[in-house]
Design a protein around this ligand. Sequence first.
Ligand SMILES: [Mg+2]
Length: 137
Amino acid sequence: MSVVTTASTSKDISRRFTMMICDDSNIIRRKIERELNIDRLEVVASAANGRIAVETFTRQPVDVVTMDITMPEMDGIECVKKLVQIKPDVLILVISALSDKATAIEALKSGANGFLCKPFSDWQLTEALEELLRGAQ
Ligand SMILES: [Mg+2]
């Protein structure tokens, strides 16, 4: 007899995650969405800067966020701090250029969970996000 349950535990490998993409470049946002190849991770929102990301996240607090650093209106550092205040267990992957490295380290100190350098390949993106999800289990 099989037991069907909708309850998921933190150890459940089949747990599904929602994701928001935050980057001021439309090209990068589309690239992340297109190259993302993880069945249990679903992109449900995107934001063109930190301010929009905070507004969207307040309405719909997703599980995972990819975060650019250099953006108009509100940068990635400030945005990470605000998202973590709203939902402390949010998983944030900073995706930023090497020239932003010192700032990316600051983002990690502010509550981000991982860092991926631009430019990145589809498998690097998948690997970085898989690592992030493993950290959640
Ligand atoms: Mg940018």
